[in-house]
Design a protein around this ligand. Sequence first.
Ligand SMILES: Nc1nc2c(ncn2[C@@H]2O[C@H](COP(=O)(O)OP(=O)(O)OP(=O)(O)O)[C@@H](O)[C@H]2O)c(=O)[nH]1
Ligand SMILES: [Mg+2]
Ligand SMILES: [Zn+2]
Length: 417
Amino acid sequence: MTVLGLSAARRPRPRARNAAVARPDRARDAPVAGLESRHAHPRPRRLNPEVAALQAIGWPVAADGLPEPAAWREALARHPQARPARVVEQHRSGYVVADGPERTFGVESLPEWQRPRFPPEQRAGVGDWVLIEDLAHHKPQIVALLPRRTSIKRGAAGEHYRQQLIAANVDTVFVVCGLDLDFNPRRIERYLLLVRGGAEPVVVLTKADLAAADPTAAPEADATRAMLAEQGVAVYTVNAKDPASVAQLAAWLKPGRTAVLVGSSGAGKSTLTNTLLGEARMKTSAVRAHDSRGRHTTTYRALLPLPSGACLIDTPGMRELKPTGEEDVAENFADIEALAVQCKFRDCRHGKEPGCEVQAAMAAGTLDPQRFANYLKLSGEVAGAANRLANRRAQKAEEKVLGKAINKRLDDKYGHH
Ligand SMILES: Nc1nc2c(ncn2[C@@H]2O[C@H](COP(=O)(O)OP(=O)(O)OP(=O)(O)O)[C@@H](O)[C@H]2O)c(=O)[nH]1
Ligand SMILES: [Mg+2]
Ligand SMILES: [Zn+2]
């Protein structure tokens, strides 16, 4: 077996599909030869070119050339004909994956993902690693989804409880918010609550150049920076168009790391992406003059390798960001939770009760009443979503038991089928 489970001779070379993920500083075709046998070289000093190409788009390799997570090793062993690739674009019609910088191609999804009732968050999304098999005269086919190291999710709109993946296997989430008329600290709090699925949240306040010209645009900016500092969340104030200013984010964009940009339309996510790339790949467009709202310019999520060696995922501005019910409100509002435990009554609702420390803090000006109101609102939403999630899980478990019982009855009657 070769390191990636496929011999060099059998491996067809996919052609680069589009230039959107191209890296001008890399050779178009890395040599395929040089795949080393795991048994002959248990600890290769130098990574073979295939692994190195994967590593350049975030593949976590251990010293033996195999992926770090044990579950990924097992998946590779289960699919000896398959090789890994990373989802870089997701469209309604299918996926675009990459097996190295500048090496993107279309693949067919797993047939079961196309079933209408298949949970959408369990299908591959941008940032996911999948195993693909090359088929003669056909597009390669996804055969497995590798377990996610981290996942950023939200509750999907609609009547039934569903989750939606925003990005997978990211190390950093940049919550982007413009210092213009659309600046909203409550929205930042909502994003921070939702995006902590194992990744580190970092707030990026864009349009610093505009804020300097018009100090009335975002009067709460200083209070927001203080609030974030208190929570231990890193915050940067940048001009997204200026490479020198954006260089502040370099520490989060080291080789092999993956970051995702989230935030409302017009915040400057694609502008940041282009500046970090060093060229205008993503389309951007001006915001509305009277309220600085964006025009939903970006329409699909895209993973782009950066010259720094990191990967960046640009996303479309989200109209609605609903909790999944798995969020930790206490972690995000530790200041309020710390006050609440000091209230005179254990079951204090922080309304008109005597001896309420939360009310006292608001009266003293140390707690922003709008932050408290947002805490109540988000707590309610998380509790509601958690209820719907529990109901869905119970229903699924019931369906499973019922399915097993039916199968057993059929087996008893007709023998094992
Ligand atoms: N002056 C200035 N303009 C900025 C800055 N960041 C973004 N803009 C402008 O804001 C507008 C919207 O930026 P985009 O990058 O398209 O916003 P987006 O977050 O990608 O928006 P969607 O794709 O719609 O979600 C563009 O006209 C940008 O030039 C900044 O730091 N300073
Ligand atoms: Mg955009
Ligand atoms: Zn209280």
